[in-house]
Design a protein around this ligand. Structure first.
Ligand SMILES: N[C@@H](CCC(=O)N[C@@H](CS)C(=O)NCC(=O)O)C(=O)O
Length: 312
C-alpha cells in the first residue's frame, strides 16, 4: 500500500474522526498540516477546488469527505473492522446520524453560545476575525437554526447516547469500537474544548466515560510531512489505474467532463473527466501543474454531479 497522507489541522473535528479510525486500525500515516481557513494554496493543486478538511492522499489518489475516507481505510486495512459483525448497516446509519444531526446540533450550539468566544480568545483579534469571516462564507448555504433549537436537540441527542450505553457495554454497538463511536465522538469533542460547553455533558456520566474510552483509542503511528513533499509524491506517482465499467448516473457517462461539489456547504466545484462510478463512490481525473495527474474521489451521498458542456 502507498503511504497514507492525511491533510488536516489539529482542531478539525472531522479530522479527529479519521485520526481515531487510523488509531483503531493501528495504521502508520503521514500528517500534512493545512490552514484552517482559505486560502490553502498547497492543497488546491491536489483537490482541484474542494476546500473542506480532512483530505486523504494515497499517491495521486485524493479522497474527499470522511465517509469515503472511512470506507477507503476499511478496504485497505480490513482488520480490525469498523463494523461489528452483522451490524454494518446499523453502524453506518448511526455514523451518519452522528456526522450530521449530532454534529450540527453541537456545532450550532457551540457557535451561538459562549463556546465560540472562549475558543477564539486563544487567537489574535485579526486571526479570530479572519476565522469568523471564513466560516460565515463557508456556511452561508446552510439553514439558520436558533440557539434554543440547537440546545433542545442536543439535550435529546445526549439522552439518546446515554440510553445506548445503559446496557453496560463499553462502546455504542458492543465490546469494541466501531465507526458509530468515532462519528458520535467528534461532535462532542468540540463541546469538551471549553468550559462554557463542557458543562453541558456533566449530566451524562455514561457518555462522559464512553468519550474517555474513545479518546484512549489514539491516532496510530503518525509522522510529519510537508505540503510540498506531499505534492511531490502525487506528481511522481504513476497514473492511477482506478476506473469502473459504466456510470448509472442519468445522462452522464464515464469519460465525460463533469463538476462535482458538496450539496450542503463549501460549494466549490471540482472539474475533471469522470473515471469511476460505484454505488457510493465517484471520481474524476484532472491535471495540475504542481500535482501532476490526480484522481479526486467523492462519495455520492451529499455531492452533486453535473455535466460540463465542452466549448466547441
Ligand atoms: N462531510 C465532510 C465535512 C467536512 C467538514 O466540514 N470539515 C470542516 C472541518 S472539521 C471544514 O471543512 N471546515 C472548513 C475548512 O477546514 O476549510 C466530511 O465528512 O469530510
Amino acid at each position: 500500500m502507498s503511504e497514507l497522507i492525511l491533510h488536516h489541522y489539529p482542531e478539525s473535528l472531522y479530522s479527529e474522526k479519521v485520526r481515531l479510525i487510523l488509531g483503531m486500525k493501528n495504521l502508520s500515516w503521514k500528517s500534512v498540516l493545512i490552514p484552517m481557513v482559505m486560502p490553502k494554496p498547497d492543497l488546491m493543486p491536489l483537490t482541484g477546488g474542494y476546500r473542506r478538511t480532512p483530505i486523504l492522499q494515497i499517491g495521486n489518489d485524493v479522497y474527499c469527505d470522511t465517509a469515503l475516507i472511512a470506507e477507503t481505510l476499511e478496504r485497505l486495512a480490513p482488520q480490525p473492522s469498523l463494523y461489528p459483525q452483522g451490524l454494518k448497516g446499523v453502524a453506518e446509519s448511526l455514523a451518519q446520524w452522528g456526522d450530521n444531526y449530532l454534529f450540527w446540533a453541537a456545532m450550532g450550539y457551540f457557535y451561538q453560545s459562549e463556546g465560540i468566544s472562549q475558543a477564539l480568545s486563544a487567537l489574535s483579534p485579526e486571526m479570530a476575525q479572519n476565522y469568523v469571516n471564513d466560516r460565515a462564507a463557508l456556511l452561508a448555504s446552510r439553514p439558520q437554526i436558533s440557539l434554543a433549537e440547537n440546545h433542545a436537540a442536543l439535550l435529546v441527542y445526549l439522552q439518546r447516547l446515554q440510553q445506548m450505553l445503559e446496557g453496560g457495554q463499553p462502546f455504542l454497538l458492543g465490546a469494541s469500537a466501531s465507526l458509530a463511536d468515532v462519528c458520535c465522538y467528534h461532535p462532542l469533542w468540540i463541546l469538551q474544548m471549553v468550559p462554557a460547553t463542557a458543562c453541558l455533558l456533566q449530566g451524562y456520566p455514561l457518555v462522559l466515560a464512553w468519550l474517555e474510552r474513545v479518546k484512549a483509542i489514539g491516532h496510530g503511528q503518525r509522522s510529519e510531512l510537508s505540503a510540498l513533499e506531499a505534492l511531490a509524491i502525487a506528481k511522481q506517482h504513476p497514473a492511477s489505474s482506478i476506473h469502473s465499467q459504466a456510470s448509472d448516473i442519468p445522462g452522464i457517462a464515464l469519460g465525460d467532463q463533469v463538476q462535482i461539489m458538496p450539496s450542503d456547504y463549501g460549494l466549490d466545484p471540482v472539474q475533471g473527466e469522470l473515471v469511476l462510478v460505484e454505488s457510493n463512490h465517484m471520481a474524476v481525473r484532472r491535471h495540475d501543474e504542481r500535482a501532476g495527474t490526480v484522481v479526486v474521489h467523492f462519495p455520492r451521498i451529499g455531492y452533486h454531479i453535473k455535466h460540463v458542456e465542452q466549448a466547441s
